[in-house]
Design a protein around this ligand. Structure first.
Ligand code: UDP
Length: 238
């Protein structure tokens, strides 16, 4: 624990982080691998809250683009995050951790309702708290829900797991000269129009001085390294 710079974290996992090579849905092997990586920091005493996305199953904007009512489609997207949350809970518990799913939309048979003080109690007891159904409101994203929950549970930082090892000044897939930032401010993220999170999530973190580490989820031991302050990604500060 002494090596760690942070004690309580909110981890944002996109839905895509749970899918395997099929390009859709949930791959239990991928979930198991993620759970094992997270177990390393959990066993070292880090308190872990997780917000999971739903893009591997359904996104509201995609439904709306196909002609659906946007709010209706967003509720479907939120339900997709609940499926991902249950898969994660299963993965965590198979690996010897206790995990609770707390849903922003009430569904008592499958998840606890999200209650902030109860979530904090779970974390204090060493349980992993998985926050499902985003913010419970259409027209938002799970990035915004992650920023919101991070502030609510008084997390020391938000960890955003991506497929890229940080934030670059240009798309590193398209531009070989793209440079990675070690540290950047939220203001710069907004003024340079860097596509890290949506503007609502960025503003929420910025207004509340919530630091965020952006890192590549496929790098081994990346959760522990990031929380020890090793240069594995980009840190965004207020
Ligand atoms: N969503 C929503 N409100 C929220 C969070 C999510 O309506 O507070 C819906 C929205 O339709 C979104 C979908 O849930 O497209 C899945 O979330 P997201 O796209 O953020 O998932 P990710 O890209 O992280 O997999």
């Amino acid at each position: 624990m002494t090596d760690y710079k942070y004690k309580r974290v909110l981890l944002k996992l996109s839905g895509e982080a749970l899918m395997g090579e099929g390009g859709y849905g949930i791959d239990p092997k991928v979930v198991d691998h993620l759970a094992k990586e997270i177990k390393v920091i959990h066993d070292d005493g880090i308190e872990v809250g997780v917000v999971v996305g739903g893009g591997n199953i359904f996104r509201g904007v995609a439904g709306a683009a196909g002609g659906m009512d946007r709010a209706q489609a967003d509720y479907m997207g939120m339900l997709a995050t609940v499926m991902n949350a249950l898969a994660l809970q299963d993965g965590f518990e198979r690996n010897g951790m206790t995990a609770r799913v707390m849903s922003a939309i009430k569904m008592d048979e499958v998840a606890e309702p999200y209650i902030r003080r109860r979530a904090i109690k779970h974390l204090e007891k060493g349980y992993i708290a998985i926050f499902a159904a985003g913010s419970g409101n259409p027209y938002f994203t799970t990035d915004t829900a992650a920023a919101l929950r991070a502030c609510e549970i008084d997390a020391d930082c938000l960890m955003k797991a991506t497929k890229v090892d940080g934030i670059y000044d240009a798309d590193p897939m398209k531009n070989p000269d793209a440079k990675r930032f070690d540290t950047i401010t939220y203001r710069e993220v907004l003024t340079r129009d860097l596509k890290v999170m949506d503007a609502t999530a960025t503003a929420l973190c910025s207004d509340n001085n919530m630091s965020m580490i952006v890192f590549n989820i496929d790098q081994p031991h990346v959760f522990a390294d990031a929380l020890k302050g090793l240069p594995v990604g980009t840190t965004v500060v207020g």
